[in-house]
Write a protein that binds this ligand. Structure first.
Ligand SMILES: [Zn+2]
Length: 219
């Protein structure tokens, strides 16, 4: 993805979005034993919260605006201490805006900068690391506005969408494709996603975005 080394064989990169503490539990209880490292994309305002009730208010307002899980009362954010543990164990932390806003719906430049750039600065200050990875919230084509992409490109080295596909033939700076998986839907659907059968649906959207990125870098 940085154009420096060619991967051989079958490779997979696991990423977790939104900064729920369950992500941390999965890292501790499952990934550790399997020696798998992952990237955790967190909204910087969310991970600063230190009360469960405030976390639930944030989630309702900004992350899960409609369907709440049955165990919603146990849901909370990952805190700074646990994020530091993840870093210590070799995982990466990436930015996922400040408030989990849909960036395509923000026209005000100051607000957009606050979400895209200040979120990285906040995480860097809090965790004392450099933040190079950014995942668009929602991550579908409609949520990736040109204005927000331009700002993200200026700040980050690696930018992730939720557009499906593999990254074997990526060029440097290309938008990174991801296959969202749903725990409750089982492995059969997951194998369909990973087979690549649905990737064609995203082909034109992805090439449009990559054309825009190339143009930005040629200027
Ligand atoms: Zn998200």
């Amino acid at each position: 993805m940085n154009g420096k080394q060619k991967l051989k064989g079958k490779n997979i990169l696991l990423t977790f979005d939104d900064g729920f503490n369950s992500n941390f539990l999965i890292a501790e209880k499952i990934l550790k034993k399997l020696k798998i490292k992952a990237i955790f994309f967190v909204p910087s305002d969310f991970i600063k919260i230190n009360s469960s009730s405030k976390a639930r208010i944030f989630i309702k307002k900004n992350i899960l605006d409609q369907i709440l899980p049955s165990d919603f009362n146990f849901v909370k954010n990952i805190n700074t201490t646990n994020l530091k543990k993840l870093i210590k164990n070799g995982h990466l932390i990436g930015a996922h805006t400040k408030t989990h806003a849909n960036l395509a719906l923000i026209s005000d430049n100051r607000k957009l900068k606050n979400e895209i750039i200040n979120s990285a600065h906040n995480l860097e200050k809090l965790l004392k690391i450099k933040i190079k990875h950014f995942a668009f919230t929602y991550g579908n084509y409609e949520s990736i506005s040109k204005k927000s992409l331009k700002l993200a490109l200026a700040q980050y080295q690696f930018i992730y969408s939720s557009l499906r596909g593999n990254n074997f033939k990526n060029f440097k700076n290309d938008i990174i494709k991801r296959d969202a998986i749903y725990l409750e839907k089982g492995n059969k659907l997951l194998s369909i996603f990973l087979s690549g059968i649905l990737d064609m649906r995203y082909f034109f959207q992805i090439s449009n975005i990559n054309k825009f990125i190339k143009k930005m870098y040629n200027k």
